[in-house]
Write a protein that binds this ligand. Structure first.
Ligand SMILES: NC(=O)c1ccc[n+]([C@@H]2O[C@H](COP(=O)([O-])OP(=O)(O)OC[C@H]3O[C@@H](n4cnc5c(N)ncnc54)[C@H](O)[C@@H]3O)[C@@H](O)[C@H]2O)c1
Length: 378
């Protein structure tokens, strides 16, 4: 399934490359599966050299670099060891599992390094706030790795909302999921993944709609999580024994501006989809088909429902095919911003609200009631 997930981000024509005269020195923190996409996209840039990499597992970083034919890379056993020994690094990619996102990113920022951080932002809101405080202090950027942001279809959703054709937005249904698609590896344990489907793919659904409507602040949440599939050997085999995160989450969230967000996400369930994404406005509504392998992509042509001269009308929005690879775009936009002192392409100031909803769902589920979402000052 992993190839199927990533192949959705490979798109046809490669765009003309921009670049700096000086080679940008990159370090990779964590050399597991997603690091492969980072490495390949850095290799696709004309002005980048991967000079260092690290992984907690001995030999893993070296092996990964050999696999990609990257020469003269110094490999280390932790982010600390790498950063302490590499004073010339320009930027780092954080490709660790979720529970190491905060500690590694903060250490990099404290050493003056801009960070491209994989999604989800963190596990808790508190960690996200700590990262943002370190970011503010260092003056270096953190960009969160939501490559669907660079997809033309995702951008179309935002354009439609911003055009005003939907009028004021008052209700959003979003989410998605897989009938059976529980990952294995480090995703399913609390000590590494920290959160399950809620963080892994829920963050994409939230970003799809919150980015479109300008990331309003979340105010309250009534959340629910469960693990009926992950913990059951009938559905999850041997992995059921070590499964300690959620495989399903649902929530009712109130956002600033009187907008209601109705959310559900699943790594596994007994239906094919928990529903399409729908954005209801006072003047129109947009239906965005879900996919059976939910990872933040648009599943088919979208439909805009509106009235024309008193008649109900439906306009189909065909899927667009963006040029270039979304991972290349995520990496290029980060490098350009980091090296030019620009703003992060996917800034923490937005994704903080994404994380606060995820964390709020967990906290509300534990409390068994609706809670207020509290976000500390940065
Ligand atoms: N953007 C995407 O499309 C996408 C897709 C898959 C995964 N991800 C995200 O990427 C992250 C990693 O996922 P993965 O599948 O590659 O996980 P993985 O478990 O395969 O790889 C993570 C690696 O990080 C290493 N690591 C952990 N802490 C470290 C530290 N302090 N220093 C050095 N190495 C450390 C681990 O040993 C492991 O090898 C997750 O947060 C996941 O949500 C993003």
């Amino acid at each position: 399934m992993s190839d199927a997930v990533l192949s959705q981000f490979k798109q046809e024509v490669v765009e003309e490359k921009k670049g700096f005269d000086k080679k940008i020195k990159v370090g990779i923190i964590g050399t597991g599966w997603i690091a492969e996409s980072h490495i390949q996209s850095y290799l696709n840039q004309p002005d980048v050299e991967i000079v260092a990499a690290c992984d907690l597992i001995p030999g893993k970083a070296q092996k990964k670099m050999e696999q990609f034919g990257v020469k003269n890379v110094r490999c280390y056993l932790s982010h600390k060891e790498m950063i302490d020994n590499e004073p010339d690094l320009d930027v780092v990619s954080v490709c660790t599992y979720n529970t190491q996102h905060a500690v590694t990113t903060i250490y990099a920022l404290e050493h003056g390094l801009p960070v491209l951080l994989e999604k989800p932002f963190t596990v808790t809101t508190e960690e996200a706030v700590e990262i943002m405080r370190a970011e503010k202090k260092s003056g270096k950027i953190v960009s969160v790795g939501f490559q669907p942001r660079f997809d033309g279809n995702m951008q179309m959703i935002k354009k439609i909302v911003e055009s005003g054709v939907l009028g004021d937005i008052y209700y959003i249904q979003t989410g998605g999921g897989r009938r059976r698609g529980i990952p294995g590896s480090t995703f399913i344990e609390k000590s590494t993944g920290g959160i399950g489907a809620l963080g892994d793919i829920g963050c994409y659904s939230l970003d799809m709609v919150l980015n479109a409507i300008g990331y309003p602040k979340p105010l309250t949440v009534s959340g629910y999580i469960s693990d009926f599939f992950g913990k059951n050997p009938k559905y999850n085999g041997e992995d059921a024994k070590r499964f300690s995160v959620d495989d399903f989450a649902a929530a009712f969230v109130r956002l600033e501006g009187g907008i209601i967000l109705d959310f559900r996400i699943a790594w596994a369930m007994h239906v094919d989809t928990p529903g399409d994404t729908m954005i209801f406005g006072k003047e129109g509504a947009l239906r965005i088909p879900s996919t059976d392998c939910w990872n933040g992509s648009v599943g088919g042509e979208m439909t805009l429902y509106h009235d024309i001269c008193g008649k109900q009308a439906e306009t189909k929005i065909p899927l667009v095919r963006s040029s270039g690879d979304l991972f290349d775009k995520k990496i290029r936009s980060f490098l350009d911003a980091a090296m030019n002192g620009g703003k992060a392409p996917v800034p923490t100031s937005q994704i903080l609200y994404n994380q606060a909803i995820i964390d709020g769902i967990n906290k509300s589920a534990a409390a068994g009631k609706e809670i207020e979402i509290e976000i500390p000052e940065i």
